[in-house]
Design a protein around this ligand. Structure first.
Ligand code: GDP
Length: 200
């Protein structure tokens, strides 16, 4: 799969203002500063997602229509508050309901910075995603910032902590590492979602 065209289709929180078409959605989640906007622009091949923004300001879902066939959905960053709060209190009920109830959600790309162990909120989100049973792509960002052995350790540790079947993908927007694999994983999520539609 290649991304040929992408357009921003709005920021929304409430269900009524989200895109209405019955197209699959792949959401991207991670704590503030994990590299989410950079990763989106890198996948898009152009600057569409805003990179510089005040952390924690926006709680909207940002919808990007890709190739007229699916949405990439930028979820609000979390973990910006100094006081440790639960994901639920940072994100609110709407976000939780989006993840649990949106039937067009084909899966979630979950980002963790390769340099830091996952935070309590990272673990809370990822356990929730595993419970919901969505397709789920675990990604370690900024892989260029660590050496080979630290990378291997980070992948193994996260796999063990989350009980993943396969080690997380390591990606870097600087070197391009992991892009083809991530695109292939996204294509797999979309294929599984489409198969479930015809099976319903
Ligand atoms: P967001 O808050 O999750 O949207 O994070 P940003 O995309 O704004 O990135 C946070 C910072 O990390 C910025 O300074 C980016 O330039 C940097 N960054 C993001 N991805 C990478 C990467 O793959 N490699 C390196 N070296 N820096 C990155």
């Amino acid at each position: 799969m290649e991304i040929r065209e992408v357009s921003f289709r709005g920021a929304a929180l409430s269900v009524s203002t989200r895109p209405q078409e019955w197209l699959p959605q792949v959401a991207v989640a991670g704590r503030s500063n994990v590299g989410k906007s950079s990763l989106l622009n890198w996948l898009f091949g152009r600057s569409v997602a805003r990179v510089a923004k005040a952390p924690g300001k926006t709680r909207t879902l940002n919808f990007y229509l890709v190739n007229s066939s699916f949405y990439l959905v930028d979820l609000p960053g979390y973990g910006y508050a100094r006081v440790a709060k639960s994901l639920r209190s940072q994100w609110g009920r709407e976000l939780e309901r989006y993840l649990t109830e949106e039937r067009r959600l084909a899966g979630v790309i979950s980002l963790v910075d390769i340099r830091h162990p996952p935070t309590a909120l990272d673990l809370e989100l990822n356990r929730m995603l595993q419970t919901i049973g969505h397709g789920f792509i675990m990604v370690l960002t900024k892989a260029d910032k660590v050496g080979r052995s630290q990378r291997a350790r980070a992948r193994q540790a996260l796999q063990r902590q989350l009980g993943l079947a396969t080690p997380p993908l390591a990606v870097s927007v600087r070197t391009g590492e992991g892009r083809a694999e991530l695109m292939a994983d996204i294509a797999d999520l979309l294929t599984s979602w489409r198969q479930r539609q015809t099976g319903d």
